[in-house]
Ligand binder design. Structure first.
Ligand SMILES: Nc1nc2c(ncn2[C@@H]2O[C@H](COP(=O)(O)OP(=O)(O)OP(=O)(O)O)[C@@H](O)[C@H]2O)c(=O)[nH]1
Ligand SMILES: [Mg+2]
Length: 462
C-alpha cells in the first residue's frame, strides 16, 4: 500500500442518481474526517454528477483535467477513451482503451477553475467510493500522484490503530485481501524490483509469485486467528452465566467515553475515527449486584469494507453474545439516524439481531432544549445522556439494572453457618433484599436471575 506521511490531499466524489446532495455532503464530510485521522490536510475537492461511479477514470475528462490541476498530473491516460468498467479485471493492465465513448452530459462541462500556489498542490487523491484495481491505476496515471479509495483509507486507519494481536491479525487479513488484486508488475513487466524470500516457481512471473506469497500469508494469518478465536470462545463460554452489556455504535459516538465513565477503566477516548479496534470487558463500577460486565469494541461506518466486517467477526461476536446491547448514538450528529441504521445492519450481518437492546442518545449537551424534546417524542424509550454527567450515568445504570431485574425472581434462601462460602457467591451474583440471622444460620431474601438461583440451590443441596 502507498506509504503515507503528512501531506495534502484532494478529495473526489461522484454523485450517482441514487445519491442526494445531502448524502453526498455528509459522505464527503465523513471522508474528510477519515482523511484527517490519517494526518492529511484536505486542500480541495472535485465532485461530479454521473450515471455511475464505474467509469474507467471515475471522473469525466473535464473534471479529470480539473483534478490534475490540483496534483500537477497530465490529466489524461494515454491512448484511452472512457468506458464503464463494470467487470474490472483483477490485475492491473494497460489503461482501458476499447473505444467505447462516454457521451454523458456531464462530460462536456468545462473544468472548474483551480488556481494553486505550490504550497497547496495535493500529493494524494482520495476517492469517496471503492475503486476497481484498473480504475485506481487509470486515475493514478492521469493525476500523477498516489490514489487511495475509501476502503484503502479505512484499512490504513485500522492498520495504525490495531493494538492487540487479534486486531492486528484481522486488519492484516483485510489489508492483504485488498492488496492482492491491486498488485501489478513492477520493474519492466516481468521482473521484481525488490528481492524477498521465496523463489519463483518455473514459469512464474513476479506478479504470480507475489500473489502466491499473499495467499500463503493469508493462510497462516487465518490459522493464527482461528486459534485466538478459540481462546475468545472459551473465555466467552466462561462468561456465559454473567450479565453482559455490549456497547455498539458508529465510530466516534462516544462508546469508549461511556465505557470509561461506567466502569472506571482507562480505555482510549479520542476525537478520531476508529480510535478503538479491540474489545475491552470490565465490570460496572461501583460494582452492582448482580455483577454486570460491559464491553467496548470497534465502531461502525458507512460503506465499511465487507472484508473488514468479516475479519472483525470474532470481535463483534462479543456483542452478538451480550445479554443486552446498548446502541450508542451521537445525537448531535445530523446524520445520526442513518448511522444508527448502518450499525444495526452490520450487527445483523454478524447475527446479533436477537439480543435485547436499549438506545442511548449521547452528547445531549450539544443539543438545544427543543431538539431534546423533539427527539424524546421520536425515541420515547431512549436514554438521553452526556458521558460527563454523573446524573445521566446513574439513570443509565438504573435502566440497565431494571432491564435485568425484569427477568429476575425473588426468593428466600436459608444459608446454614456451615455454608459461608456460598454466601460470598450469593453476594457477588445476587441482590440481597433482606437478611436475618437465627440459631442455624442466615435467612436471606434475594433477587436473582433464574440461572444463578439454580446454581446456588444446587450448591446448597449438596
Ligand atoms: N460533547 C460531548 N462529547 C462527547 C461525549 N461523549 C464523548 N464525547 C467525545 O466524542 C469523541 C469520541 O469519543 P469516543 O468515546 O472515543 O468514541 P467511540 O465511540 O469510542 O469511537 P471509536 O472508538 O472511534 O469507535 C471524543 O472526543 C469524546 O470526548 C458527550 O457526551 N458530549
Ligand atoms: Mg472507542
Amino acid at each position: 500500500m502507498t506509504t503515507l506521511s503528512q501531506s495534502r490531499a484532494v478529495l473526489v466524489a461522484i454523485q450517482t442518481p441514487r445519491v442526494t446532495g445531502e448524502e453526498l455532503d455528509s459522505s464527503l464530510h465523513e471522508l474528510t474526517r477519515l482523511v484527517k485521522t490519517l494526518g492529511y490536510q484536505v486542500v480541495g475537492q472535485v465532485t461530479q454528477k454521473r450515471s455511475s461511479d464505474k467509469f474507467s477514470t471515475v471522473l469525466g475528462q473535464g473534471k479529470l483535467t480539473e483534478l490534475a490541476r490540483w496534483t500537477g498530473g497530465p490529466g489524461t491516460m494515454e491512448a484511452s477513451c472512457e468506458k464503464p468498467v463494470h467487470n474490472a479485471p483483477l490485475t492491473q493492465g494497460a489503461a482501458e482503451s476499447d473505444g467505447v465513448e462516454d457521451v454523458e452530459e456531464e462530460e462536456r462541462e468545462e473544468p472548474g477553475e483551480v488556481s494553486l500556489n505550490p504550497h497547496q498542490q495535493a500529493e494524494i487523491v482520495i476517492v469517496d467510493c471503492d475503486l476497481s484495481p484498473s480504475q485506481l491505476s487509470n486515475l493514478e496515471r492521469a493525476v500523477g500522484v498516489p490514489v487511495l479509495d475509501r476502503t484503502g483509507v479505512i484499512i490504513e486507519i485500522f492498520s495504525r490503530h490495531a493494538r492487540t494481536r487479534a486486531a492486528r491479525l484481522q486488519v492484516e487479513i483485510a489489508r492483504l485481501n485488498y492488496l492482492a488484486p491491486r498488485l501489478r508488475e513492477t520493474g519492466g513487466g516481468r521482473e521484481r524490483q525488490s528481492g524477498g524470500i521465496g523463489g519463483k516457481g518455473a514459469g512464474e512471473t513476479s506478479l504470480e509469485l507475489d500473489k502466491r506469497r499473499i495467499r500463503d500469508r493469508l493462510k497462516e494469518l487465518r490459522t493464527e486467528l482461528a486459534a485466538i478465536g478459540d481462546e475468545h470462545h472459551t473465555r466467552r463460554a466462561r462468561r456465559e452465566n454473567e450479565l453482559t452489556v455490549a456497547l455498539v455504535g458508529y465510530t466516534n459516538a462516544g462508546k469508549s467515553s461511556l465505557m470509561r465513565a461506567m466502569t472506571g477503566s482507562e480505555v482510549l477516548v479520542a476525537d478520531k475515527l476508529f480510535a478503538t479496534l479491540d474489545t475491552t470487558i470490565r465490570p460496572l463500577y461501583p460494582e452492582t449486584r448482580p455483577k454486570v460486565l460491559m464491553s467496548d469494541t470497534v465502531g461502525f461506518i458507512k460503506k465499511l469494507p465487507h472484508d473488514l466486517v468479516a475479519s472483525f467477526k470474532s470481535t463483534l461476536d462479543e456483542a452478538a453474545c451480550a445479554s443486552l446491547v446498548l446502541f450508542v448514538v451521537d445525537a448531535s450528529d445530523p446524520s445520526f439516524r442513518s448511522q444508527f441504521e448502518v450499525t444495526r445492519k452490520v450487527l445483523a450481518e454478524v447475527g446479533a439481531t436477537d439480543s435485547p437492546s436499549l438506545l442511548v442518545l449521547n452528547k445531549q449537551d450539544r443539543l438545544g432544549p427543543e431538539e431534546i424534546v423533539s427527539l424524546q417524542s421520536e425515541y420515547p424509550d431512549a436514554v438521553f445522556l452526556c458521558t460527563r454527567s454523573k446524573d445521566d450515568l446513574t439513570v443509565l445504570r438504573e435502566r440497565i439494572m431494571a432491564h435485568f431485574e425484569r427477568e429476575m425472581v425473588d426468593e428466600e434462601l436459608h444459608i446454614p453457618f456451615t455454608a459461608q462460602k456460598i454466601l460470598a457467591d450469593i453476594r457477588a451474583r445476587m441482590r440481597v433484599l433482606s437478611e436475618h440471622y437465627d440459631a442455624e444460620g442466615l435467612t436471606i431474601r434475594v433477587r436473582s436471575t433464574p440461572e444463578h438461583l439454580t446454581v446456588i440451590k444446587k450448591k446448597l443441596a449438596r
